[in-house]
Write a protein that binds this ligand. Structure first.
Ligand SMILES: C[S@@+](CC[C@H](N)C(=O)[O-])C[C@H]1O[C@@H](n2cnc3c(N)ncnc32)[C@H](O)[C@@H]1O
Length: 264
């Protein structure tokens, strides 16, 4: 009883803050986004118009659902841009996604890269975190999940990502979308797995890099999806890997970013 009262209060509070953020986010999309997106495109040597045109080829019902469910789906531009870049460079045979969620970006990748194999991993129902977590999105809409992962080039693995090391998966991936548990320890073993399986020249995208200032913000830190250890993880690894970690806005007014590594 106490728990459900707490959860519903938190969710009402979260929704109000999200509505405020949505308005601010819309303003950003109309102003600053163009330049930030241009910086991303420059890094991967792509024309922004080509990425936008690819986005236009995706099933529009899926995209509308995406916006409706997430209200902020800038990460899809980075995913589509990365696939475009990889397809033009050394190819994009294998893609890994940790954290399927509702499978929206999984379906999007399946459409943009029909000849790639997409492996996506999410928690099984028997995992304790499945019951406890607010973030297991398929609990909210199992039908959407089933439809989105039904593409023939998607293989779904319902396992805690800590077991990926012992799964029979390709030795190397061209693109990895790391978007499972954003806290320690999970995010650290996910990174270790992803970095070790990323091929030379491959791209790792990590969602929900939230800047420290925001994580300490007494109001927004109470938003369930504002909390993440990805920035701490990046601070740790940036002193140990050769590659630069680039960050691109994903939900700027909540100071959320997508971190990107192109493997040397
Ligand atoms: C933010 S959602 C993923 C959204 C999705 N990648 C997208 O782009 O639309 C995070 C997902 O990670 C899953 N997850 C959390 N911890 C996990 C773990 N240890 N192993 C596998 N999946 C996990 C949750 O169940 C949730 O569905």
């Amino acid at each position: 009883m106490m728990k459900s009262l707490y959860q519903s209060t938190r969710s009402v509070y979260g929704r109000i803050l999200n509505t405020i953020f949505e308005k601010q986010n819309k303003k950003y999309l109309e102003s600053g986004w163009k330049q930030d997106f241009a910086n991303f495109c420059k890094l991967i040597n792509q024309n922004p118009e080509d990425i936008i045109s690819d986005i236009g080829k995706i099933d529009q019902t899926l995209l509308e659902f995406h916006v409706e469910k997430n209200g902020k789906c800038l990460e899809s531009f980075y995913i589509v841009g990365s696939i475009r870049y990889l397809l033009e460079a050394k190819g994009c045979q294998n893609i890994l996604e940790i954290g399927t969620g509702l499978g929206i970006n999984t379906a999007l990748m399946a459409q943009i890269a029909p000849s790639s194999k997409i492996y996506t991993c999410d928690l099984p129902t028997e995992d304790p975190a499945y019951q406890d977590s607010f973030f297991v999105l398929r609990k909210r809409d199992q039908n959407a999940f089933d439809t989105n992962i039904s593409y023939l080039n998607i293989k779904t693995i319902l396992k805690n990502s800590m077991y990926l090391f012992s799964e029979d998966l390709p030795n190397s991936f061209d693109l990895i979308w790391l978007d499972g548990g954003h806290h320690f320890p999970a995010v650290a073993w996910d990174f270790a797995y992803c970095y070790s399986r990323l091929r030379k020249g491959g791209i790792l995208l990590m969602d929900d890099y939230v800047v420290e200032e925001e994580r300490r913000n007494p109001i927004t830190r109470k938003l369930p999806d504002s909390i993440s250890d990805v920035e701490d993880l990046c601070n740790y690894i940036s002193r140990r890997i050769n590659e630069t970690i680039h960050i691109f806005p994903r939900y700027p007014l909540a100071q959320k970013y997508v971190a990107m590594i192109i493997k040397d």
